[in-house]
Design a protein around this ligand. Structure first.
Ligand SMILES: [Zn+2]
Length: 415
């Protein structure tokens, strides 16, 4: 009876139902969702999804890290499978859509294809990746990373969560671990297609339904430490000071002014500052601040940093201070698959669905897969760009447009 009723639902109704259903695992009264890797709500969500996949006639299985796959077997024996999906984990008190949407889209698309067109030629799989956010253990992309080989079980041995539980303990308690299940890895897959909410407000502001991502931006992060000399705020004349804050503010000013003369999509953020001794009536002897720089072209990032840092030295010297610049992150931009993007834009143009080709300022699992197999990342609008919050919201009609696109892409590729 329940099955009968479910069949009657339209795709948009199924989408709305599945969003609320999945959000109930780890859901709070405030409307937020917390599903940390290998937690109870995480395990319940994966198990419930497994049952949903089986209900949709997919062969559901886990890998050793706890990634869950739903397989729609193709008639061709040879050849690799097409993969779609996203991550099941959330940040603490996150939203209903981040990650979850890509999984829901995959399950509903495969269900639709099976119901309307039967068995495909090529195998298609949907994956509910175990982890992306890094919100329980100090490591991100465990799901896609363990699949691609970018991360290994050796990388997680020393990790602990805030309660002191080790990664291995948590993983084993959930029933996963090296050798517990098979490890399909990316060698079995032809390509990866991820649907995700934009987590920015470009699509909404420009009134576009779909974002076709050309690149995931590269990121560099630095810590800049300015060394000066502490002294009395009342008795030290301005001209004799070695004020680390005076230098830091000049450097940040230069950074922001230079960024305005770069291509508009270069973004620079100084989001953290540590002042020592951090006392109102003492001249700071040490200021450390972070710099986060992102762009889709690594040459642009490089030339920006080189120019900025060249002027830094002189500015620090003029103020009687010295500098240490420490680079601690350098992630290269990742290009998404042009052929897959062409397929998407052709479908969207034919349908008359509005879209925008754009870069992604955030990473996503596509950043990992894109280093190994042809990858496509597609966005749907995020209301006001709000994400990692209970207020995260995307209209069901927008979610459905994304799922429709995924159905058409998979149909074209697999049938
Ligand atoms: Zn996400």
């Amino acid at each position: 009876m329940v099955m009968e009723e479910k069949k009657k639902l339209t795709l948009v109704q199924q989408t709305a139902e599945m969003v609320e259903w999945l959000a109930s695992f780890g859901g709070s009264k405030s409307g937020g969702v917390t599903r940390l890797l290998y937690s109870e709500s995480w395990k319940l969500a994966q198990e419930a999804l497994k049952a949903r996949m089986e209900e949709a006639s997919l062969h559901a299985y886990y890998d050793d890290a706890g990634n869950l796959f739903g397989r729609l077997e193709g008639s061709q024996k040879e050849g690799r499978a097409i993969l779609t999906g996203s991550h099941i984990d959330t940040v603490v008190n996150g939203g209903k859509y981040d990650g979850a949407y890509g999984i829901i889209a995959g399950v509903l698309a495969l269900k639709y294809l099976h119901e309307h067109y039967g068995r495909p030629k090529k195998t298609i799989e949907v994956v509910s990746l175990c982890e992306e956010e890094g919100s329980r253990f100090p490591m991100t992309y465990w799901g896609s990373g363990s699949m691609t080989g970018l991360r290994s079980f050796d990388d997680v041995y020393l990790l602990k969560d805030q309660e002191g539980t080790t990664f291995i303990e948590a993983m084993e308690k959930s029933g996963f671990g090296k050798g517990k299940y098979q490890h399909p890895g990316t060698a079995h897959f032809d390509c990866f297609i991820e649907l995700h909410i934009e987590q920015g407000e470009v699509l909404e502001r420009e009134n576009k339904s779909i974002g076709v991502v050309s690149h995931i931006v590269g990121q560099r992060r630095y810590n800049v430490t300015v060394n000066g000399e502490s002294n009395h705020a009342g008795t030290t004349p301005m001209k004799w000071r070695k004020d680390a804050m005076n230098t830091a503010s000049a450097l940040i000013q230069v950074l922001m002014e230079k960024s305005k003369r770069m291509p508009a999509d270069l973004v620079v953020t100084v989001g953290q500052m540590i002042v020592e001794p951090n006392i109102p009536n003492v001249i700071p002897n040490k200021v450390t601040f972070s710099i986060d720089i992102r762009h889709s072209d690594s040459d642009i990032i490089q030339s920006f940093c080189q120019e900025a840092f060249e002027s830094f030295e002189g500015l620090a010297r003029e103020r009687g201070t010295s500098l240490d610049i420490h680079k601690w992150m350098d992630e290269q931009p990742i290009k998404m698959c042009e052929k897959l993007n062409e397929l998407s834009t052709t479908i969207l143009q034919t349908e008359g669905t509005s879209f925008k080709e754009m870069t992604s300022g955030a990473g996503h699992d596509s950043q990992v897969f894109g280093q190994f197999i042809p990858t496509s990342l597609l966005f749907v609008p995020s209301h006001k760009g709000i994400s990692h919050s209970p207020h995260e919201f995307t209209k069901t009609e927008d979610l459905e447009k994304g799922i429709n696109l995924l159905i058409k892409i998979l149909h074209k590729l697999a049938y």
